[in-house]
Ligand binder design. Structure first.
Ligand code: ZN
Length: 370
């Protein structure tokens, strides 16, 4: 029996320090399952860990970031978080998952069990959820080991490639989940990246009456794709006035919901201008302005317009949300296939990372079998 496998390992802190290595196939605990990875899509966090972009390398202190309870990344670690594969082995106490099941891996594998929220039994509020491909080995490998609870069966009519980026759909879904969006809303989606394009589809699915998708110079192709996926209006903010367009589209009311998937400080600032009175601004993107992500905002707009501000993190999305997303994907109401890129074998992981980083591809796929 084979006991070694190939995996893409971040082996030391600092820029680069990633290579394909031969490592042990993980040993299963009684409640673990072993998954043969069939497809794992590359996300920007993989690229950021490879490049060691801030805040990856920033030391975390309680004073600076009191919400952070663990390091970003455990070193060494096999990268890869958007995983679809086939169960090939199960621990002795595994009951629900069977060998041969086609599963995706829930990104927040399990609550930490030790933080103040976990101690209160509020596991879905855990402050340090274990994230696959960051705090424990991920899917750029032939096999990945996860707790049974994190292996979620996906609908038969989806391919492994289509199912792999479920985490990105859940990221968009959990954003809406936290906003309590009302039907008939005008929604501005900032950023036509992977999550923004899934949010565009979801906004329509959830009953938005108008979706305005924004991007900057260089995003032209992605904006066009957004239009095909349901955006009613696309705006290139480098060339056009977002404020004028939103006001024009809403009879000078502004948008009910403005969602940021860019983390760009100027986009977040602009959100306060274009949101309506008693509207909602939702923050999913991470500003790259240091460990605290400080941005300048027009504070007075919050009280003058009675604005609500919400935030979300995908690792806190529950299994319930994952199942709802997979159901929508299985019904073809949310499509991942228009975003999929090329397939790369493990040996060409760096090409796949570069395709993602350069925006040539939205979702390059690493496929161990190739
Ligand atoms: Zn916890």
């Amino acid at each position: 029996v084979k006991d070694k496998m190939k995996g893409v390992v971040k082996y030391a802190a600092g820029p680069m320090n990633v290579e394909l290595r031969e490592v042990d196939i993980p040993k299963l605990g009684p409640r673990d399952v072993l998954i043969a990875v069939r497809a794992c899509t590359v996300d920007m966090t993989d690229v950021d860990i490879w490049r060691w972009k801030p805040p990856m390398g920033t030391p975390i202190t309680r004073e600076e970031a009191p919400w952070m309870r663990k390091a970003w990344v455990k070193i060494p670690v096999i990268l890869g978080a958007e995983i679809a594969g086939e169960v090939t082995n199960v621990g002795a106490q595994v009951k629900r998952v069977r060998i041969g099941d086609r599963v995706v891996v829930k990104y927040g594998l399990e609550p930490c069990g030790e933080c103040p929220q976990c101690k209160l039994g509020r596991y879905d509020l855990c402050e340090a959820v274990v994230q696959v491909g960051r705090m424990t080995d991920g899917g750029f490998a032939e096999y990945v080991k996860v707790p049974e609870a994190a292996a979620i069966r996906f609908p038969d009519n989806l391919t492994f490639e289509e199912a792999a980026p479920t985490e990105m759909v859940v990221t968009a879904f959990h954003s809406f989940w936290m906003t309590f969006m009302r039907p008939g809303s005008v929604v501005v989606i900032m950023g036509p990246g992977v999550v923004g394009l899934f949010a565009t589809q979801l906004a329509k699915e959830l009953g938005a009456r108008k979706v305005i998708l924004t991007g900057t110079e260089g995003d032209e192709k992605r904006l066009e794709l957004g239009k095909k996926l349901g955006a009613d209006v696309i705006v290139n903010v480098t060339k056009e006035s977002l404020f004028d367009i939103v006001m024009n589209e809403t009879n000078d009311i502004g948008a009910d919901l403005v969602m940021d998937f860019t983390g760009n400080p100027s986009a977040i600032n602009k959100a306060f201008d274009i949101v309506s009175v008693r509207g909602t601004i939702h923050c999913t993107g991470n500003p790259r302005t240091g460990i605290r992500g400080e941005v300048t905002i027009p504070w007075i707009a919050i009280n003058a317009k009675e604005i609500r501000i919400t935030g979300s993190k995908v690792w806190r999305a529950t299994t319930d949300e994952w199942l709802r997303v997979l159901n929508l994907m299985g019904q073809g109401r949310i499509k991942t296939s228009p975003l999929l890129g090329n397939k790369y074998p493990l040996e060409k992981w760096q090409e796949a990372f570069e395709a993602r980083e350069s925006k040539r591809e939205l979702l390059p796929i690493i496929t161990p079998e190739l």
